[in-house]
Design a protein. Structure first.
Length: 316
């Protein structure tokens, strides 16, 4: 995925070598006979943040997020592996490997809207990949409580599947495509309200083109386009309703195919990564969004955006 952060993989990137497991820890990465593929998120330990301790988060963890089983992706709710070796993928490249293990015999292995499965990283900190500098982009719900920046979350895979065969990359849209997306937005949302101070000021607002801005655009090798747009409808209040056109947490994303047909694929905040995580020759895409006053959400889209798996997590 050659997106806005570019191809400069040498910036902030550290080569990784995996640790050899100790005799006390099983070396198997998956339970015997488990043919599943797991996708996780290498992330700052947001659980360490508090209003009393507002400095940068030092610790990082692996959050098991998605599992490919029986030809379908699903969110991980319970994760039973004690230890795991992961390939770190980003922008269609292999950044190296990290090894993780549960924090105890049972581990902290449950994802929910109030907590998340966590494995501690046993690879030395200096050998764990990072990309770029900490920023506000992926702070999510934690920004509401004072967290100002995090390192970019990176996708990790339980098998060495990091390629992005669809070749998603950032692009500039011609006006013709921008207008197609505007038209599709109006068809999707024929009745839009304009707001002031979290109250409806005008119903069935006939908004001008200038009120609908393009926030991100990506092109694939298949001549498809992903376009994120934001409607400036005033202060409509709290977010957390990604299907609403005025949701304050997300943008509305549209897929434009090679024949210029356009359809909405969902409401997301940021595109995290694209990769063929199950090695079926097609790229999956993972999006990140703030979901509520206590949770964030990761969305995995696959099969040409026809199917999805969604994981909502909190940090208590």
């Amino acid at each position: 995925m050659r997106i806005a952060f570019g191809r400069c993989l040498t910036v902030g990137l550290v080569a990784v070598t995996a640790l050899t497991p100790t005799a006390q820890k099983p070396a198997a990465t998956l339970p015997k006979g488990d043919g599943s593929v797991y996708v996780g998120i290498l992330d700052d330990a947001r659980e360490d943040f508090s209003v009393e301790k507002t400095g940068a988060i030092k610790r990082r963890i692996i959050m098991p997020a998605f599992e490919k089983r029986d030809a379908e992706w699903q969110a991980v709710t319970h994760f039973g592996a004690h230890s795991m070796k992961w390939t770190v993928g980003f922008d269609g490249n292999n950044l190296g490997e990290v090894e993780s293990q549960a924090s105890g015999e049972e581990g902290d292995q449950i994802n929910s809207s109030h907590s998340r499965a966590k494995q501690i990283i046993v690879t030395p900190d200096a050998k764990v990949p990072t990309f770029g500098k900490p920023s506000r982009e992926f702070t999510g719900v934690s920004s509401l409580f004072g967290l100002t920046s995090v390192r970019r979350p990176l996708v990790v895979i339980s098998k060495p599947y990091w390629h992005d065969p669809d070749g998603w990359m950032n692009t500039q849209l011609p006006e013709e495509i921008t207008q197609l997306v505007r038209d599709a937005f109006r068809r999707q949302y024929p009745h839009v309200d304009r707001c002031e101070h979290e109250k409806i000021a005008e119903r069935d607002w006939r908004f001008p083109n200038s009120a609908l801005s393009v926030r991100a655009a990506y092109a694939s090798k298949k001549n498809s386009l992903l376009v994120a747009v934001k409607l400036d409808a005033g202060d409509c209040g709290w977010g957390g309703r990604p299907d609403e056109p005025t949701d304050s947490f997300v943008f509305q994303w549209f897929l434009v195919t090679a024949d210029h047909s356009v359809r909405r694929i969902g409401g997301f905040e940021s595109l995290l990564d694209a990769g063929d995580y199950d090695n079926d020759g097609r790229s999956e895409l993972i999006f990140f969004s703030t979901r509520s006053e206590s949770s964030d959400v990761y969305d995995l889209r696959y099969d040409n955006f026809q199917k999805k798996a969604e994981l909502e997590v909190g940090y208590r």
